[in-house]
Ligand binder design. Structure first.
Ligand code: ADP
Length: 476
């Protein structure tokens, strides 16, 4: 694979860690080594921040049109090399062919979207309340931004953050996930091939033990103006705290606990089909994945029976990939043990699929779930559908909101007034009604409560990387 890198990139140069340390990336499918990259630390981060800061001096005065042209060139190269990127992404994540295809598609459309957005960053001319003054509002790039991303959609999420930051006129220091940094490095090679100037995108790779020191320096450095993070709520809270003393801008896309509510009036066949998609896409490893199936009692038996039948068509190693690593695998096993010990009923699966590989888990259906179980309170992040029965609409909505998270929600209903009523009452940043996961680039993706602050995607995400400047010209 010609695009496979074994170095990180600072100021346009492919470099090793100052310490020369490295770490390996292993396939979650069979444990084979897929690549080796530098295990960097705070001293490497400092170099990257300095490079981004130097590059910002010229990048910030580039025009939106110039940035759009470069982003489009990057897009062209990504399109041209999409097969190779897909191979690298599949190798490091173990994704199924379908899941990889979806991620590549989202990557391409995301970069295209932000190439187009770069020319639409507009200001305002405001009429002055007094004579002799001209009042303007300009949107200016924040500066150097730190971009930290997770492993579940490593290529798409990281590169969309990069494209948004670049479109806005920011330069960046990127910390891709330790489990899957390779596809991002390849894509960043293409960005340089496209002519994006050195220092505009710098990528630091490190294994888990050094992630916190790199995170800390990004939050503390006076040269870094903002942080954009996608990952767990635990790490999001650390970064939020670290940014607080500096009043540093931060946008956070954190964990979810999506309810998938099926009301008595729902089209059950549709709800089952979309429920399977919302749960098992990417092996359940998505922050918006359906986490709790809340089913009204009038349709409960029919839904559970049809869901069980549908889940039987999911086969580990064929249309279901592995979990990303042993930590996640053990966490899922722990959640299942907790549910079993508290009386949950395992209808299907409920065990590792060791015959396929160390990190595969059987597609699972669990009923009799209660709020005391981790399977109800925690993000499952695996191929386990957990089902709870409720009686009234009020009870269903209360259960849906019975979580500190507020990212996504799904519900099924054919009752128009219920659709409007419930969509208002659900406490999440994203609601899908009679639909499954659908995240077009035009959607302002983001949660409320402990699921985060700020938006990714849509023109609103440009706001995360810019600030508004009021300009008053007097004595005219
Ligand atoms: P996940 O559970 O999906 O791995 P994490 O929040 O643990 O989510 O990790 C998401 C990203 O945050 C990864 O790139 C990881 O290396 C990075 N990370 C982990 N801990 C820290 C930290 N203390 N500061 C900054 N980044 C961190």
């Amino acid at each position: 694979m010609g695009l496979l890198k074994d170095k990180a990139i600072i100021n346009g140069e492919w470099v090793s860690a100052k310490s020369k340390a490295t770490f390996t990336i292993k396939s979650p499918v069979n444990g084979e080594v897929v690549g080796t990259v530098p295990h960097m630390d705070a001293s490497d981060a400092e170099l990257a921040i300095n490079a981004a800061s130097e590059a910002f001096k010229t990048w910030q005065i580039s025009t939106g049109q110039e940035r759009a042209i470069l982003l489009r060139k990057w897009l062209e190269l990504i399109r041209k090399n999409s097969e190779e990127l897909a191979k690298i992404l599949t190798a490091e994540t173990g994704k199924t062919e379908t899941d990889t295809k979806v991620e590549i598609m989202m990557l391409i459309s995301g970069i295209e979207y932000f190439a187009e957005e770069a020319i639409r960053i507009q200001g305002e001319i405001i009429s002055s309340p007094v004579p002799g003054k001209k009042l303007l509002v300009e949107r200016q790039p924040l500066g150097v931004v730190g971009l930290i991303s997770p492993w579940n959609f490593p290529l798409m999420l990281t590169c969309k953050k990069i494209a948004t930051a670049l479109a806005a006129g920011c330069t960046c220091v990127v910390k891709p996930p330790e489990d899957a940094p390779l596809s991002t490095l390849s894509a960043v090679q293409l960005a340089h091939d496209a002519g994006i100037p050195k220092g505009v995108i710098n990528v630091l790779t490190c294994d888990r033990p050094n992630a916190s020191q790199i995170g800390k320096i990004l939050c503390d450095s006076k040269l870094v103006a903002g942080i954009s993070f996608t990952g767990s709520t635990v790490v999001g809270k650390i970064l939020y705290q670290q940014c607080a003393p500096h009043i540093k801008r931060i946008s956070l896309e954190l964990g979810g606990n999506s309810p998938f509510i099926v009301f008595n009036s729902a089209n059950i066949d549709q709800a089952v089909e979309m429920g399977v998609k919302s749960k098992f896409f990417n092996c359940g490893q998505a922050c918006i994945a359906a986490n709790r199936f809340l089913i009204q009692e009038g349709v409960y038996d029919e839904f559970v029976q049809k869901l069980a039948a549908a889940i039987k068509s999911i086969v580990p190693g064929k249309n279901l990939g592995p979990l990303i690593n042993s930590t996640q695998f053990k966490r899922l096993c722990g959640i299942m043990e907790d549910a079993k010990s508290k009386g949950a009923n395992v209808v299907l699966g409920g065990q590792p699929a060791k015959e396929v590989g160390e990190l595969f888990y059987q597609p699972t259906l669990v009923t009799g779930v209660t709020p005391k179980m981790q399977i109800y309170t925690d993000e499952i992040f695996g191929p386990v559908a957990s089902v709870i029965k409720f009686k009234t609409e009020e009870e269903g909505v209360a259960m849906a909101n019975d979580t500190e998270k507020g990212l996504g929600a799904f519900f099924y209903s054919q009752d128009v007034s219920q659709i409007f009523r419930v969509s208002r009452l659900i406490q999440t940043g994203l609601v899908w009604i009679n639909d499954s996961i659908f995240v077009p680039d035009v959607a302002p993706f983001g949660g409320i409560k402990e699921s985060g602050i700020g938006k990714e995607g849509s023109h609103h995400s440009i706001d995360e990387f810019t600030y508004m400047k009021f300009i008053c010209i007097g004595n005219l």
